[in-house]
Design a protein around this ligand. Sequence first.
Ligand code: THU
Length: 139
Amino acid sequence: MVDVDWQRLSALAVEAMERAYCPYSGFPVGAAGLTADGRLVSGCNVENAGYGCTLCAECSMVSELVRTGGGRLVAVACVNGNKEPVAPCGRCRQVIYEHGGDECAVLMPAGAMTMREVLPGAFGPDDLGEVAGAAAPRV
Ligand code: THU
């Protein structure tokens, strides 16, 4: 696994968590990511009166990743309101996988793990290419 300054990444996630908009759940989340070219990106959860419209912190982080030039995520840390690591939800694992792949490191409550471990057998862009005529990634 890549060597990551988890303290620095977690501190950025805490900063983002402190900006969360979560009037419905009262459960703020912050996410921070390190890119292969050394950039840092972050995001917080943004809830909505239509509960299902809520954006998770990881989705906000990936939005910043794409907006600031894209690239690959090599490490991701997410924190809860106690400033402790929180496991990304299933949907967010899929979102992180798209931009980090199997080798991306994720700080889980039990310690750092790879995406291969937290989302084994993931469905990803390569699977689309398996079927002739299906949408292949255009990047
Ligand atoms: N949440 C995240 O931001 N990321 C996750 O991976 C898990 C859940 C948010 C969504 C909602 O605003 C709150 O946490 C409670 O579920």
